[in-house]
Write a protein that binds this ligand. Structure first.
Ligand SMILES: [Fe+2]
Length: 422
């Protein structure tokens, strides 16, 4: 009997804990929460009734209240199968639950005064001649539950069918004490089953949330790259050379950055995220050219010093243009990365570049990579003011710029992997 009472107390406490968790958990819909709360409350009611009947403090004067309590318990206990099915997420359980409890309650209420299912005599509780009625209801409930579990298993394409099988096994095992030892504790098995089911569902909900997050992130990335491609083609429409240039430099910076990682250069900053940002955002490096007039941008031949000063503004305003266009579309990390490339890609390692005259590692790494890509592509390409340089000549010019115009470590990487840039 001590073991029996301990099991009842344990069940009560377990259901209180589960109830508190459901109340404060945000992952379920209101309907799912209601079914779980009903399941847990029903188990608590049945356990409390068992405790009141079997706690050893029986007095014949409690016969009537205990009879009422047991009628309630016997009406609710077979309902657990339906409540549990609702908690499993099966639709249409409300109507079935109402029918189940109505029929059970009616039968138990009619049988109670005659002591057909159970009675309270001088010695307390005893089973009636027709206790089988209660067992029959219970059996129907369990069959119903088994069918529900199978349906749930199908619905989730047998995702973790083992969990469902495990819950079923516990529930079926719960019948043994009732039939063999005459202990009405099947709902203890239901309590364990409901808890397992809750944990299982919780896991499914988490998986769904995770999948949604990944999908949202992918959609956001696609949106960003659409906007960036759109902006890059905006430049292309104004200046054909620059248009092709932005696309080529995108591929160039990706190769150079990956090579730097391979060579173990700047590993404190370089990683896959950096490569991805660098590749996506490099096409925006000349976005500031939007403020440079067509006359200067499309001028054949060399620019005058005034015109060159005008041209230089594209770097100074590049960051601002990026912030204006991308603010709110992407996060600060992305914004500042893109702004750094646009603003500082004409800085020089020796500090004689523009717009700020930054030197060495004060120039953001992304802009230092961009600078090599930008110049190298300009060298090997035909421009309205010049013929293309040969590949070897262009590599030589970059090599000469190491430590003056360009970051010497990055030039080293470029030279070691020169064949990849042909
Ligand atoms: Fe530029």
């Amino acid at each position: 009997m001590t073991f029996y009472m301990s099991a009842i107390i344990l069940t009560e406490l377990m259901m209180i804990a589960m109830t508190l968790h459901v109340l404060h958990y945000s992952g379920f819909t209101r309907e799912q929460k209601t079914w779980y709360l009903l399941t847990f409350s029903a188990v608590m009611l049945c356990s409390a009734a068992e405790f009141a009947v079997h706690c050893g403090a029986y007095d014949p004067k409690f016969a009537i209240p205990l009879t009422i309590l047991t009628v309630l318990q016997f009406s609710v206990a077979p309902l657990l199968g339906v409540l549990f099915s609702g908690a499993l997420g099966l639709p249409g359980q409300k109507k079935i639950a109402i029918w189940f409890i109505a029929i059970n309650f009616a039968v138990e209420t009619i049988a109670a005064p005659f002591g057909l299912v159970f009675s309270f005599g001088e010695d307390g509780y005893s089973r009636g001649r027709l206790f089988l009625i209660y067992e029959a209801f219970y059996f129907v409930s369990l069959v119903y539950l088994i069918v529900s579990m199978v349906r749930v298993g199908r619905r989730f394409r047998n995702r973790d069918a083992r969990t469902i099988a495990m819950i079923l096994l516990i529930l079926i095992a719960g019948i043994i004490p009732m039939t063999v030892f005459k202990l009405n504790i099947t709902y203890i098995a239901i309590a364990i089953g409901a808890s397992l089911c809750y944990i299982y569902y919780n896991d499914l909900v988490q998986q769904d949330i995770q999948a949604e997050l990944v999908a949202n992130q992918a959609a956001l990335s696609r949106m960003q790259s659409h906007i960036i491609t759109g902006l890059a083609s905006l430049i292309e429409n104004r200046d054909v050379e620059t248009g092709e240039h932005v696309l080529r430099t995108g591929a160039f910076v990706e190769t150079l950055t990956r090579d730097a990682i391979k060579d173990g250069v700047y590993l404190d900053q370089l990683n896959e995220t950096f490569v991805s940002k660098m590749t996506t955002l490099a096409p925006m490096h000349d976005i500031g050219k939007i403020v440079v007039s067509d006359k200067i941008l499309r001028k054949p031949g060399r620019l005058t010093s005034e015109e060159f000063e005008e041209m230089k503004k594209h770097a100074a305003v590049g960051g601002d243009v990026i912030r204006e266009v991308l603010e709110g579309v992407t996060d600060e990390d992305y914004l500042s990365f893109a702004a750094d490339i646009a603003t500082y890609h004409h800085e020089r390692w020796d500090g004689t570049g523009y717009p700020k005259g930054l030197s060495g590692e004060k120039i953001p790494l992304a802009a230092r990579i961009m600078a090599i890509a930008d110049v190298f592509d300009a060298l090997v390409s035909e421009r309205c003011y010049k013929e293309p340089f040969s590949f070897e000549e262009s590599v030589g010019i970059i090599e000469d710029g190491a430590g003056t115009q360009f970051d010497p470590q990055l030039v080293g990487v470029f030279l070691r992997h020169r064949s990849e840039f042909r």
